[in-house]
Design a protein around this ligand. Sequence first.
Ligand code: NDP
Length: 288
Amino acid sequence: MTALIIDGKAIGAERRAALKDEVAAFVAEFGRAPGLATVLVGEDPASQVYVASKHRACEEAGMKSVALTLPADSTQAEVEAVIDELNADDTIDGILCQLPVPEGLDGDAISQRVLAEKDVDGLTVASAGLLALGAPGLRPCTPRGCMVLLEESGVELSGKHAVVVGRSNLFGKPMAQLLLQANATVTIAHSRTADLAATCRTADVLVVAVGRPEMVRGDWIKPGATVIDVGINRLESGLVGDVAFAEATEVASAITPVPGGVGPMTITMLLANTLDAARAAEARRQTA
Ligand code: NDP
């Protein structure tokens, strides 16, 4: 079997084009663009690159984007005051604090200060609680992007066994919740799982987010399974995922490549979350 390659670049581009139209319709209806604000503390070069690409994507989609950069020696109270101002600003629908923050600041406390309705990263306690309850709310971008890839590839989830390898709050746990909501039977595996290969072999849908280059081998995959590789590992030879891609394509029915699979979906889902937050804000205003 040679697996279908799930083209995240193409799916992401299609979604962004559709989002651009939806943003234009929102602007026509409400007379304003959905707004995303980022808060970057200090001058970490990698964070500057990430923030710039988020704003570029916003502008391409026709959204308002506000990039706030605070000095590295800002106090916790100063950064939190900026988040509070953005929480109160009706032109801002989504807020994210780019992590990591400089030493001495509590990045988690800053992120948790964002109101649930503006939490476009979906990582606050409130958003995690809404997800666990299956209630409406903003979902973390990368897991949401993986669900779009599965949907666009026509992968049936109801009644299937999904195994998520990795249990981080950023990815593994919310991914498992989303699969559960889609009626999959879900197993979460991690570094203490007794026989990881055997557990992976039971998966109809295998989602791997560990951060170990090519850890999942071809013979860990059930023939015909769908494989979503979230890992991003920088080696001298280039970027590789957590799954041994060449081996896996011989066994799986569909697989995401690295790069060009999950990666392009994350910023796309940040835009989708910002638009969702803007629509919800306008709906609240109309009923207020
Ligand atoms: P974390 O380091 O927070 O979590 C890694 C998870 O993998 C942990 O739950 C850990 O288990 C588990 N793990 C580590 N080693 C093993 C092992 N040998 N066997 C089984 N499980 C293991 O990472 P993240 O969840 O933040 O990210 C994971 C990967 O996904 C990284 O490569 C990251 O770069 C990538 N990523 C990509 C994104 C994208 O946009 N494409 C977005 C987010 C992440 P335990 O809990 O027991 O320690």
